[in-house]
Design a protein around this ligand. Sequence first.
Ligand SMILES: *Cc1c(COP(=O)(O)O)cnc(C)c1O
Length: 380
Amino acid sequence: MSKFQPVINFIKQAYPKKDLVLLHEPTFRGNEKEYLANTIDSTFVSSVGPYVDKFETMMAGLTKTEKAVAVVNGTAAIQVALRLACVKQGDEVITQALTFVATANAILYNGATPIFLDVDIDTMGLSATAVENFLSEYGELREDGCYNKLSGKRIAACLPMHTFGFPVHLDELLAVCNKWNIPLVEDAAESIGSEYKGKPTGSYGLLGAFSFNGNKVVTSGGGGAIVSNNVQLGIAAKHITTTAKVPHAYEYAHDALGYNFRMPNLNAALACAQLEQLSGFLDDKRLLAEEYQSFFKRQGIQFRTELPDTKANYWLMCVELENKIERDLFLKTTNEAKVMTRPIWQLMFRLPMYAHCQKDAQKNATYLEERIVNIPSSVR
Ligand SMILES: *Cc1c(COP(=O)(O)O)cnc(C)c1O
């Protein structure tokens, strides 16, 4: 018997009806069909409609922000959030190498370059210490912002990502960013419903970006949202994601280079029905996390739980294996037994597009890259 057979048995009994236990599948048990049928009956299936407005109101309420804007996906949400934080061609953006590729891509889409800094072991997200260490070596404060002494480029933004829904140390990061006059934008794609010191992730930065892809906690099929407590930025987000059209009874006038990044009403209908169930989804995931925690404790395997002062949404749950050999064995035996598990992402600077980017020693990111594995986390 393989040493991980008890893990396989435990996960299979946690999902008794599944032949193949997936990592994260969507759950549709609310008003999804009714709302989708409404959009078809109304013919408003495309880029304007009541569900888009409803979704934006729900998202602003849920994230306790002044304004939320629905967009076509999470990647576009990050891209536009960075642009609105004044990230321009030739700038640099500080982020973590331990992330999904979309975080880094959104920087590149703006003509900017990522600087990859280390994560904290406890949050698996961007480390305030790493950012402070980097800036005290390379940062230079000028009138129009912070510059990188090595590249001569402006460091236009800092983009932490809340890995698997575990919030980064936001207060510490904000303190460093404020000191160096760098706006903070949150990649909250994985962290809907997560909180840091009683407030939602995504609401701490100048702007925050969410994803509603099919594998996230709630899905619109595909979709994203930009949130901000700055109303002007919220209005600008709506404007440039809807072709920057100037309102007029019949003329086509556009006052900036805008995007067609609108979320269709059809997707917004699904998103509304899903958001209505969010708190139930979160309760269900928390229950599974508790079951996993006590099981893995008995197994002597480290299961990741939320840190004090934070609430995790437990989007993708994960264990930390002792080393890479153990991790590879865990991945092989679970997947062969039809229990889907996946390693954490490859660090971004290993990818050809990002191989040349400036980075620090990446001690923690490398440690986690070799050990963290995601385990089935769907709502039951
Ligand atoms: C899912 C995800 C995104 C991208 O969202 P899409 O809606 O798939 O474009 C961005 N960043 C992170 C960290 C994600 O996990």
